[in-house]
Structure formats: C-alpha cells, structure tokens
Design a binder for this molecule. Sequence first.
Ligand code: SF4
Ligand code: SF4
Ligand code: FES
Length: 246
Amino acid sequence: MSRGLRFNVFRYNPEDGDSVPHSDTFFLDETQSMSLFIALTRIREDQDSSLQFDFCCRAGICGACAMMINGRPGLACHTLTKDLPNEITLLPLPTFKLIGDLSVDSGTWFRSTHEKLESWIHTDKIFNPQAEEERMDNALAEDIYELERCIECGCCTAGCGTVNMREDFMGAVALNRIARFMLDPRDERSEREYFEVVGTDEGIFGCMGLTGCEDVCPKHLPLQKQLGVLRRKMAWSAVKHWFRFR
Ligand code: SF4
Ligand code: SF4
Ligand code: FES
C-alpha cells in the first residue's frame, strides 16, 4: 500500500501587494521512485497551477531546483520522497532574492559574485582560435575538473551560517571558484592578486570552518579541503607581505 504524503509548502508572491507569506498544505499518494520534482509537478498539474518552483534538467545538472527540504538545502529532482518522512516541509532557499513560492533568483547572485571575483582566466597571452589547445598534465586537469563540477545550485550558500548572518560573506562556492583558478597554470594572477580578492573577512578569513557547506553539497565537492588550502595560502601570503613592509 502506498504512503499518503503531506506537503507543507511556503507560498508568497512579493510582486502581489495582497500576498502574505503563509504555508499551503497538499496531499498526495506516494508512487514508486517519486522525486520531489515529480510530487511538485503533480501538485501543480492537479491541485494548484499557481505554484512556483524552478527546474530545468531534472537530472541534478542545472542546479535550478534547489530548495529547503525539511530544513535542509537540497535538489528537488534528486530527492526521493521514500527517503523523507510522510510530512514534508518545503521552503525557498534563504539568502537569495525570492521570486515567488519556492523559486529564487540565484542567477543574479552568482553573476555578481563571479564579476566581483573576476572569475575567469587572467592572462596576457593573445587568444589564437587557430592554435592547438594547450596540453595539461592529466592529474592536474582532473584536480581542476573536480572543482569545476559545481552546478551553482546555491545549497552551500543557503546552508552556511555565515552567509545567513552576513550578506557580504562570499561563501564556499565563491572561495571554491578562486581555488580552481589558483590551480590553473593558465591563470597568471600572483598570490598577492588572489589575496586582494579573497584574503579578507568577506572572503576566506570570514569562514568559520564548520563544514555546513560540504555537508549539503549535492555534488559532494571537497569544499572543506579547498577552504583549508586557501586559508593556509592566504595566511602565508599575509605573513610574507607583513615581513616585506615592516
Ligand atoms: S565552512 Fe565556511 S563557507 Fe562552509 S558553511 Fe561554514 S562558514 Fe560557510
Ligand atoms: S559547491 Fe556544491 S552546493 Fe555549492 S553551489 Fe556548487 S554544487 Fe551547489
Ligand atoms: S532540475 Fe536541474 S538540478 Fe534539479
């Protein structure tokens, strides 16, 4: 016999002056291999067509469907209802601008963060589209790829106590991004230039190191290791700078 599921879903449309934040309750019979994405789609198709939530790939690739699932950030398309109790509470990710119900605008946050971090390869070389691709050591390419697997879902940002308390803290996803460029031999930025970007209280020195980010990352990125390496490099850079100018 299938389980009956009860969904408590956050509802609010900031664009509608008459809308007030509240929770709506929906009931569904659980089906085999039901994901939260399937459940929400059924609710929207059969019970309330005004329900807003985001999805694109349905395969854990685009990061659009991240939301708070029983108090923990996660991907709706990758979460099976069988792994949850029969009462499921869904809220939008905090720390991002609310579009409506479970839908948030994480894209604007990511774009402005990447602009602030100058999240691209810095080089003086002139790009030649006809030239052969530069070779890279396989082991190094794999290390860079490991950090490139981020799908920008925002779960680590939503799960970070520091980001929730301080809007100016850039969070693990941004620090991981810088760690990725520091590994890349094509990026010619000096350690001091990286320090200017992340060697601050808004950057690595604001991180409390409590691992909330890695615990909720659906792609299991090694965030703690990267934060540790970055913290040591930036602290060492600060010491060297201090000795040079004292
Ligand atoms: S370890 Fe740092 S970035 Fe990760 S959740 Fe904690 S404060 Fe946030
Ligand atoms: S680091 Fe993980 S949790 Fe954070 S945005 Fe990337 S994939 Fe999502
Ligand atoms: S819909 Fe793309 S990650 Fe869930």
